[in-house]
Design a protein around this ligand. Structure first.
Ligand code: NDP
Length: 324
């Protein structure tokens, strides 16, 4: 495993990490979760990502249960939670968002579900138009000073809002966000590469990036239709279908055109897509998702491909992605 600093912070995360979205508590039960977390930790993965909203808290409960059972030393891994969407269907105004009340209560609930004394990383899962940014920054600062959170970050905040959070933190001597959690993959690059460019230099922020396979699309599994047991057929995730597959054929055409590059490298498209994310030095960790052990095992092997992704390969990929 390779380890990377989260921006200019002292925290080092494994270049590949593992998250629970959709899978834990829905496609993945206790024994599979145990098997995958054990595999990941054994292979050097030191970061497990979660959120209050993943299966309404069940994903955190399952992860906490298994982590306690596996008895990994607490200082050998990092675990996160994310706050914003709430952990119940139809949340009341106090059960969602980034108010001081919800940020602090959601942290306490995540600590209980995950069975840990502190969250290593705690993310604001989206910006909250109904809460002043300063209130959220102050709530995060409180949690850090209480030792309940070690590092805080944002997820899919516009760059302007992140600048504002840093300004408020600097002026009031509060802890500032050190990390963003954005989507980043071969088909979704703008925010990480353009919009956030100043954040890395100005504040030393890192990124924990999500959906490196665009929910599986970049494995090629949707090239000939949607397999029955895949993410896009999961109850409750019907909304995801169009954003993953797109309206026309363009995204699928790009995936098909990338396939020969992977084949020439003797790898799968999934491995190429994952390794490609790591070419970006501002990516601190690529968060993998997997609904079964074989996928995780296969995706962790992507790291071996990284040294072979030279300028020539990167340019060929770039040319394919430019084709409309
Ligand atoms: P991916 O884009 O890698 O999608 C993972 C899914 O793709 C798997 O669950 C599986 O779905 C399929 N898959 C994975 N590997 C393979 C393979 N080798 N061959 C075929 N299919 C494969 O990552 P996620 O979208 O899961 O994102 C990773 C993590 O990022 C999440 O678990 C979560 O922790 C975090 N995240 C954060 C978000 C945020 O807003 N901050 C949003 C989304 C995710 P299946 O088998 O069911 O088809």
């Amino acid at each position: 495993m390779q380890y990377r600093r989260v921006g200019k912070s002292g925290l080092q995360l494994s270049a590949l990490s593992f998250g629970a979205w959709v899978t834990f508590g829905q496609q993945v039960g206790r024994s599979q979760a145990r098997d995958m977390l054990a595999l990941a930790h054994d292979r050097g993965v030191n970061f497990f990502d979660n959120a209050e909203t993943y299966n309404n808290g069940v994903a955190e409960q399952l992860m906490g249960d298994v982590l306690a059972d596996l008895r990994f030393p607490r200082d050998s891994y990092c675990v996160s939670s994310k706050v914003f969407f709430g952990a119940v269907d139809n949340p009341l105004p106090t059960q969602r968002g980034l108010s001081r009340k919800h940020v602090i209560e959601a942290c306490h609930q995540a600590l209980q579900r995950l069975r840990v004394e502190h969250l290593d990383l705690y993310f604001c899962h989206r910006p909250d138009p109904d809460t002043p940014i300063g209130e959220t920054v102050a709530a995060m600062d409180t949690l850090i000073r209480q030792g309940k959170v070690l590092y805080w970050g944002t997820s899919e905040w516009p760059a302007d809002a992140i600048h504002e959070a840093h300004r408020i933190a600097r002026e009031n001597h509060l802890y500032a966000p050190v990390v963003e959690q954005p989507q980043y993959n071969l088909l979704h690059r703008e925010r990480v590469e353009v919009e956030y460019a100043l954040l890395y230099e100005a504040y030393g922020m890192g990124t924990t990036i999500w959906s490196p396979l665009a929910s599986g699309l970049l494995s090629g599994k949707y090239n000939d239709g949607v397999p029955a047991d895949s993410r896009l057929t999961q109850p409750g995730y019907e909304w995801l279908r169009e954003s993953v597959l797109g309206k026309g054929q363009e995204r699928l055409d790009k995936v098909r055109a990338l396939q020969p590059i992977a084949e020439e490298l003797g790898s799968s498209l999934a491995q190429l897509s994952i390794a490609w994310c790591l070419l970006n030095p501002h990516v601190s960790t690529v968060m993998l998702g997997a609904s079964r052990r074989e996928q995780l095992e296969h995706n962790l092997d992507a790291l071996a491909l990284l040294p072979r992704l030279d300028e020539t390969v990167a340019t060929r990929i770039q040319e394919v992605l430019r084709t409309d």
